[in-house]
Design a protein around this ligand. Structure first.
Ligand code: AMP
Length: 459
């Protein structure tokens, strides 16, 4: 399969070649031929699959005809986070170089002036987070009735962040005749309902079900107590146990991102922090430093999980077991990208038993323990306290929104393994099947933080 028989325009094919993309990824091979014809697409795919180009390339082809008018964008891409929106804008810069399109990036945390100018000039493409888009509309700077193509990206993350009502409002402002390209890594019922309401006879394309996404990722668990200092020590041990080039350390709560960041810094790790409360400038600076290797480790919250396009992350460390199993997939999806081998390790306290079981149910495999234990259940004693600890499990991101309005603690019904029953059962990871409890590239006396920091040059 090559890019030359997907229905893309010659100009777009040339751009793909210039970008160095040799052959389409599975989502691109399936979605592009449909999208270029103007049909709706329901894509079930996560980041790292080449999903962005699967909508950017057909959009570029279709945008070659027609012109934008002032304040009336022709296409609209909705993204849940600023980073992700900025990343899509970068994809337009890379792939749409010769198209001379006006691309307006409407994200919060930056001034309205630049964004207004772009809109006034007539934007071919608007890439926006829902809140900022609605702000512009309310300020009278934007008319949505000229939109020919709508992309809703990372719909399940939109749900997580409480954006679904905004998405519904926006969809109702768009022409009925528009084309809709809708992407989500998972399909919880709220997302299926949204897709049902706003897509017309879509082609459903599912590449790598979430449960199969991890086959190039070696996953391991490490037992720890939930006493904070002991947990931080366990994290450091974990980070020294393996040969880390660069890693993201995920915490469930923003507060813990700060605590873990300061602790690692004190212990000589070359670390930065990233969470949703930082202003845009700080976030961009931290991300740039991580991308170019100035910092080797990044303590981050889930908001950051979807926004990072860093192909070379060697390791993921889950300081906390995520409350929603889907978040586990999103987190570990930062490593092992584009067929590379990745390594993801997670600290598990006795109280995380249920949440871990939900993750394993979703993956349809047990994750091996680093100490060689085979059971997926750590000591069960303290399990009943899961929701009373006041430790934030069961609440996320300030409790802004909940799936279905519920709060969850540990493995709730939200694990929904049944939803994935339509997905083919994945072959277990060869690593996992072996029951190999050793991490790859186990430390050979080289796990000191300084060493790890040294080895962080960008590949
Ligand atoms: P995405 O899933 O859209 O976040 O893309 C993940 C990464 O894969 C990005 O860095 C893209 O530039 C890259 N990519 C996308 N499509 C291709 C392709 N066909 N060949 C090689 N790399 C690609």
């Amino acid at each position: 399969m090559s890019f030359s028989n997907l229905g893309l325009s010659p100009k777009v094919e040339a751009a793909v070649e210039a970008a160095g993309f040799d052959k389409p990824t599975p989502i691109q091979a399936s979605a592009i031929p449909i999208a270029v014809t103007g049909r709706d697409v329901l894509g079930i795919a996560q980041t790292g699959t080449g999903k962005t180009a699967s909508f950017v390339l057909p959009m570029l082809t279709r945008l070659e005809r027609g012109r934008a008018r002032a304040r009336m964008p022709r296409t609209l891409i909705l993204e849940p986070t600023r980073e992700l929106a900025a990343q899509v804008a970068e994809a337009f810069e890379l792939l749409g170089k010769s198209h001379k399109l006006t691309v307006a990036l409407l994200i919060g945390g930056v001034s309205y002036d630049e964004q207004d100018k772009k809109l006034d000039r007539g934007a071919d493409v608007v890439i926006a987070t829902p809140g900022r888009l609605l702000d512009h509309r309310e300020r009278g700077k934007l008319l949505l009735n000229g939109v020919e193509i709508l992309v809703v990206d990372e719909a399940d993350r939109m749900l997580d962040m409480g954006f679904i009502p905004d998405i519904e409002r926006i969809c109702k402002m768009l022409p009925f005749t528009r084309q809709t390209l809708f992407f989500s890594a998972t399909m919880p019922p709220e997302i299926a309902r949204l897709a049902d309401n706003f897509l017309h006879n879509p082609e459903r394309i599912e590449v790598s079900a979430p449960a199969t996404a991890a086959t190039t990722i070696v996953q391991r668990l490490k037992k720890t107590s939930d006493e904070p200092a002991a947990k931080r020590q366990a994290l450091r041990e974990l980070m020294k146990e393996v040969d880390v080039k660069n890693a993201i350390i995920f915490c469930n709560r923003k507060k813990d991102v700060g605590v873990v960041f300061r602790s690692l810094q004190r212990h000589g790790f070359n670390v930065g922090a990233l969470h949703g409360d930082m202003d845009q400038r700080q976030r961009t600076a931290t991300l740039d430093a991580f991308r170019n290797g100035t910092i080797a480790f990044l303590a981050a919250s889930d908001v950051a999980a979807r926004g990072l396009d860093i192909p070379a992350v060697s390791h993921i460390f889950n300081y906390d077991v995520p409350v929603h199993p889907e978040d586990y997939i999103h987190r570990i999806g930062r490593t092992g990208r584009a067929g590379r081998e990745g390594f993801a390790a997670m600290l598990v306290t006795p109280k995380d038993r249920k949440a871990l079981k939900a993750i394993e149910a979703m993956l349809r495999q047990e994750i091996p323990w680093l100490d060689g234990a085979s059971s997926s259940a750590p000591e069960e004693a303290a399990e009943t306290e899961t929701s009373e600890r006041g430790n934030g499990r069961g609440r996320r991101r300030g409790g802004r929104s909940r799936r279905g309005g519920q709060q969850s603690s540990g493995a709730s019904s939200e694990a929904k393994p049944a939803q994935r029953s339509e997905a083919p059962k994945p072959a277990p990871s060869p690593e996992a099947a072996e029951g190999n409890s050793r991490p790859p590239k186990a430390a050979e006396g080289n796990g000191r933080p300084q060493r790890a920091a040294e080895g962080n040059g960008r590949p």
